[in-house]
Design a protein around this ligand. Sequence first.
Ligand SMILES: *Cc1c(COP(=O)(O)O)cnc(C)c1O
Length: 361
Amino acid sequence: MSRSAVRAIAPYVAGNSIEEVRRRFGHARIVKLASNENPLGSSPLALAALRSADLLHLYLDDAYEELRERLGEREGLHAENVVLGHGSNELINTIAQSFLDPGDEAVIADPTFSLYRSAVSLVGAIPVEVPLLNGVHDIERMLAAVGPRTKAFFVCDPNNPTGTFLSPPVWSALFERLSPEVLLVIDRAYAEYLEAPGFELARAVRERGNIVVLRTMSKAYGLASLRFGYAYGDRESIGWLQRVRLPFNVSRPAAIGAAAALDDIAFLEKSVLLNASERSRVTAELERRGHHCYPSGANFYAVTVPIAAHAAYEALLERGIIVRSGDALRMPGRLRVTVGTPEENDAFLAALDAVTSGGGA
Ligand SMILES: *Cc1c(COP(=O)(O)O)cnc(C)c1O
C-alpha cells in the first residue's frame, strides 16, 4: 500500500492530446488550445542545435556552469543563483522536498497551478488555499493566512488558470509584509508574455533572500517536450535545491536546445508579438459576444461560457477544438484557452459561437 499522502493526492490531468481526439472523432484537422504551447512551434535555432546533439552514451557534466551563469546574468545574478530542472515542474517537487517538513504549511491561491498543492501534500505538509479575488491572487488574505507554521508562500504570476497578474503596488506590499522567514516561491512560467514585469524580482533575490523564482522554456521558447526549466534565487535557497535534485536531471539535449533557444531572440520576439496581438483581438471578440475574460498577461485566457463549462468543452472537442474545461481546473463557468495562430483562434471563435448559440452539439 502506498503512503497515505500519496493516496490523498489527485492524479495530474493533462489536456487531451491531438491523437486521442483524432481517434475519438476522426477529424482531419484538430486545433489544440489546451496546454499553452507555442503555436509557432519551437525555436529554429534550438531545433538545429538538437539535430547535431551527440555524446548520448556519456554521462553529462551535471554542473552546467556556463549555462547557469548565462541564465543568472540575465537577472544580474550568478551561476550559484541558478538551478536547472527537468522542466520547472520538477523543481516544484524539489522545493517541497527541500523546505517542507510534515505539518508545515504552505500558502497558495485557489485556483492556481495544481502541482503546488500535490507537491506540498506529498511531503506531508499542508496546503493552505486562499480563494482568488476576481480571478487575482488575494494577497491581503494570503498574508493573513500566514501563521507560525507557514514555511512557504506560492505566487503564480501570471496565474494559471486565470492568466491574471499582480500590479506593482501589490508586489511591493507583498515584499514589505511577508515575513523574511517564509520562503517565497514565484512561478513565472509565462513571464515572457507580460508587458511589464510588475516587480524587479532579481532585486528581491539580492535584498530579501529566501526566494525562488521558477522559469521554463516550455512556453515562449516552444520547448515543452524537451523538458527544461530553471529557478533563480538567493544562493542559500538554490544551494539546498542543488543538494536535493536528482543527479543528471537535465539531459544533454535539453541543455543544448535550451542554450540555442536563448540565442534565438527573433523567435522569442515573434512569439511574444503574435501572442500580444492575438490575445487582445480574440479577447475583444469574446467580450463583444458577451463573454467575460480576466485580463491576461499570459498566452492563454479564461473566458466565461453561458452553458456548463464541461458541456462547452465537450461540444468543442466534437468539433475538433481542444481547450480546458474550468470545471477540471477549479474554475467553474469558464474555459481556459491558449492563444493560437490567427486561423486557430478564428476556428475557436466560430466553434464557440456554434456551441453557445443553441445550435450546439
Ligand atoms: C506550463 C507551466 C509550467 C511549466 O512547466 P514545465 O515543467 O517547465 O514544462 C510551470 N508552471 C506553470 C504555472 C505552468 O503553467
